[in-house]
Ligand binder design. Sequence first.
Ligand code: FRU
Length: 519
Amino acid sequence: MCRIIFFLLFLFVNKTVVLSQSPAYNEQYRPQFHFSPTSNWMNDPNGMVYYKGEHHLFYQYYPNGNVWGPMHWGHAVSKNMVEWQHLPIALYPDSLGYIFSGSIVVDEKNTSGLGKKNAPVLVAIYTYHLPEGEKANRNDFQYQGIAYSHDMGRTWKKYTNNPVLPNTNGIRDFRDPKVFWHKERNQWVMTLAVKDHVEFWGSSDLLKWKLLSSFGSDLGAHGGVWECPDLFPMKVAANGQEKYVLLVSINPGGPNGGSATQYFTGSFNGKEFVPDAFHQTKKPLWLDYGRDNYAGVTWSNIPVADGRRLFIGWMSNWDYAQVVPTTVWRSAMTLPRSLSLIKTTEGLRLKSEPVQELKLLRGKAVTIKAATESTRFNLSSASHQVQQTEWVIEFEVKDTNTASVYLELTNALNETYRIGCNVKQNQFYSDRTKAGNHSFSEKFATGIHTAERFTKNKRIKLHVFVDASSVELFADEGAVCMSELVFPSQPFNKATLHSEGSKVKLISAVCYPLKRIWK
Ligand code: FRU
């Protein structure tokens, strides 16, 4: 009895122990190194801002059920974007509506007047969604409001004169403001998703907004509604030239079905975004070709000394997000990624790489010793796990007619997941059709998901992260990435590299077991 009381007391004072020991954090599909809420429903990442040593992650949250419902902003902080501390809910719905997606800025110059002397204020700019207005079939039920915090994002006050940007244009979809400070024009710029295009709005004080321009109704993918945009400057890796990148999520209409995030490169003069010419003739470009990376945006206020453009996405797809076989909680975020712009013969491309902080999780590297040339390499052994791992596999194909080289994960039930490169067609692909449970949705295992490769190098590198219910591929140093959910009935315990068509030369293969982030 005494021991039980002591243990409960220990749990009470040491909250971090509670998480790793709670049954919910040990569920079969609970990600062990991705962010997920303690319980209930989560979708888009919101309000990502770095402030005084903390990376904030707010998120669309419904605390009373594990399907979508009246939206709140959940909240977590991290010192490294890898290990997270859960905090209380930041924003609750009010008489103006649910709290939809949005962003947070640090108002250094107190342009809003909401700050206190010598203490910059954090300002959240978000969409209000008024369900009564939607039910009444009105067109003006989405508008923008703000809230502010003086205590490092721990508590928030809603601005008394909300909304700051009412919906007067008669278009129902008017949401997901992402705001940044445009120093050349000395003003705030808000990028807003408006049905089939984005609008840029300008403001000197975050309180009054003026329309600057619109972009995109005749460009890019239009298979669904535009959501969660993000406009930010970025330097081209090779020559330091400054460009702007515009991310726009779209649902449905993604390259492999359902939700996905497209992007445009171009220039922005503080008023208008002018896309690079190649967008007129080329197919849309996608940040991630997998089915499960949606509504992602980048952190604001990252210190200049850091200099990275850091991104996180919601690791799910509206096609099935509400029915995936997890209980207590639903949805996780992708791994945090660092974005860069590279020059290719086809034009500029956005590259995503897992942030280096993830190396904190690495256990002892297992270097796989295998024959150098073969059609089949056994990559697993009893001495290391296959799930909760990071793989770095590099190989060279002998001839480009080789049909396909792939990493295959299997379990004792013979459920099989494949991710690799169809060399002949110059495509990466992910095949989860036989990878376990997919009975929850007809849209989950519809076919093989593909991604164009834009080099023809014979050397191919697969950098793969395998968590309890997801696989993320960063191929060719992040030039192509694919994020995919997968629900094996039992954990995968065998990994093999296969080549169909001809032998491949294995250059190196390393597996890192990863520590869980919940302590
Ligand atoms: C994207 C989205 C946003 C909206 C939010 C509502 O997944 O539809 O456009 O703000 O989710 O939860």
